[in-house]
Design a protein around this ligand. Structure first.
Ligand code: PLP
Length: 238
């Protein structure tokens, strides 16, 4: 049986190989382990294998894990990567280090107001809708700079970059088209905001293409922790 440590090593070598193919440094790409729906033991197994950044999609599930692990594992960096309703912003502001799915000014303002003063600014990425499917969240490309301008004026938020969830497809040409579009937007954003350094794209099925298209942070769940069983957790989510 393969362990979480084995699969983490495989994910890391996929990143390294993809980086090598396009002459990038493997260390310029961070691996975010997406632990949504997975038990605490799985997070600890990944931690023991050296993993320090974890991503969660559901506010309450994430906060429960953060609270349970903060005394024993204080160096974990927690990333919120799910959709966020305005009535849950305080929990994200109080507990997480990063928030990847910012797409509304109102949410930005609430997170800024609710970020406790003793914590470092909350690192945020703007979520862009680059997929062909109209069900996906995120803003259109034209709205990126206006939202970035609002965020840049909020002292308790630090704009770090962009995030997107591309169309669920195995068509490499389409993956490449969408991810390259996001990279171009990222370059534009960086010209306006030099502190921007994070392009959050790439999941288990498009990791390699994402690295070739310039990702600096890949979000990998099932390739590390195995397939998710949503049925069992339906009632405790969000
Ligand atoms: C679940 C999820 C991931 C991880 O997806 P896998 O296909 O399991 O690697 C990455 N990003 C977001 C936003 C997710 O919701």
């Amino acid at each position: 049986m393969t362990t979480i440590a084995d699969r983490l090593a495989v994910a890391q070598s996929r990143i390294a190989q993809a980086a090598q193919k396009c002459a990038r440094l493997p260390h310029s790409i961070r691996l975010l382990a997406v632990s949504k729906t997975k038990p605490m033991e799985d997070i600890i197994a990944a931690y023991d294998a050296g993993q320090r950044c974890f991503g969660e999609n559901y506010v309450q599930e994430g906060v429960t894990k953060i609270e349970a692990l903060k005394a024993t594992h204080p160096d974990i960096e927690w990333h919120f990567i799910g959709p966020l309703q305005s009535n849950k912003t305080a929990l994200v502001a109080q507990h997480f280090d990063w928030m990847h799915t910012l797409s509304r000014e109102k949410i930005a303002q609430r997170l800024n107001e609710q970020r406790p003063a003793h914590l470092a600014p909350l690192n945020v990425c703007i979520q862009i809708n680059i997929s062909d499917e109209d069900t996906k969240s995120g803003i259109d490309a034209e709205q990126m700079l206006p939202l970035a301008d609002s965020i840049s004026q909020l002292p308790h938020l630090q704009l770090r970059g962009l995030m997107a969830i591309p169309s669920a497809t195995n068509d490499i040409a389409q993956q490449t088209r969408e991810l390259s579009e996001l990279k171009q937007l990222f370059d534009t954003l960086k010209q306006h905001y030099p502190a921007v350094d994070t392009l959050s794209m790439g999941m288990s099925n498009d990791l390699d293409v994402a690295v070739e298209c310039g990702s600096t942070m890949v979000r990998i769940g099932s390739a590390i922790f195995g397939e998710r069983d949503y049925g069992a957790k339906e009632t405790t989510r969000n």
